[in-house]
Design a protein around this ligand. Structure first.
Ligand code: SAM
Length: 274
């Protein structure tokens, strides 16, 4: 439920922007070199994968169910989590993105991106040989239980019986809330809405853009983003019922600024539901 008309209009305008989202172009812009260059430690994707790996192997995150909020057409964000949780649920607002995920999970049809280098890299983070990637792919396919529609602007973002009544043990969400919200209050409200999907004491692993005002979701598909700074991320988390455990920040070098957005940094927050 949304509160007033202005708010509803802002959210509806964001939903309209997403109607032309192009999963293949989005993957090409953000998930190929230089942003996904596994030979470089300073590339964005290896940085994100290292944050997720570390957060999930420190010993404090555990349970049965991990839910990824606003998965988009990507799988990198659950490649560490699939080793820790027995069950994983992916979610997105758009059917085109859910379809892209289904193609990879069902191992049929051509996918828009080859996830093999990602699987190889995460195997190495886990101390395994990169050649173990087929086992990781099989594990990921085995633990993903569902791919569901979601709207983070609804007070109940998923269908009523989608999750067990206790909620998920862990939420992951990457580049979703700031890029689907019309303004800062909507971002904070969305954080509060997804908090209800998490059990008390459960963990939130949140990755997002800093200082970004737009990104391209396809050729000519300019999507507005709420430009966040670190202090706003921390205060929104607090206001929405989370205790921050750690915030890490990555600053984009000039060669990572490839003209598909105006992002200046990336944050990784590990937090716990109060
Ligand atoms: N998580 C992916 C990543 O890390 O690259 C995708 C992020 S993409 C910038 C934002 C995603 O939010 C898109 O997949 C889009 O379909 C989804 N989205 C749009 N509106 C949404 C809403 N109201 N609720 C949840 N997700 C939404």
């Amino acid at each position: 439920m949304m509160e007033d008309k202005g708010e509803k209009n802002g959210v509806a305008a964001m939903a309209a922007c997403y109607q032309k989202f192009d999963p293949a172009a989005y993957l090409q812009y953000n998930y190929t070199p230089p942003r996904a260059d596994f030979t470089r430690k300073d590339s964005i994707v290896p940085w994100k994968l290292a944050c997720l790996h570390r957060a999930l192997t420190e010993g404090d995150v555990s349970g049965e169910l991990l839910v990824d909020i606003g998965s988009g057409p990507t799988l990198y964000q659950v490649m560490s989590g699939c080793e820790v949780f027995k069950k994983l649920i992916l979610t997105d607002f758009l059917e085109v993105n859910r379809q892209e995920l289904r193609r990879w999970l069902q191992d049929e049809g051509k996918c828009s991106l080859d996830w093999t280098p990602y699987l190889e890299h995460v195997c190495k983070l886990e101390g395994r040989r990169s050649s173990a990637w087929p086992e990781k792919a099989a594990k990921l396919r085995q633990v993903v239980a569902d791919i569901l529609p979601i709207d983070v602007h609804c007070s109940q973002p998923l269908a009523p019986d989608a999750l067990p009544s206790a909620g998920a043990d862990c939420l992951v969400s990457c580049f979703c809330l700031e890029s689907v919200s019309p303004d800062m209050p909507a971002f904070t409200r969305a954080l509060g809405n997804i908090q209800k999907l998490l059990r008390p004491g459960g963990h939130l692993l949140l990755i997002g853009a800093l200082g970004e005002s737009y990104y391209f979701g396809g050729p000519g598909v300019r999507i507005p983003v709420v430009p966040l700074d670190e202090a706003q991320v921390c205060s929104s988390l607090k206001e929405s019922g989370y205790t921050l455990i750690r915030l890490e920040v990555y600053t984009l070098s000039q060669d990572m600024r490839v003209g598909v957005d105006d992002v200046t940094g990336v944050f990784f927050a590990k937090a716990k539901r109060d």
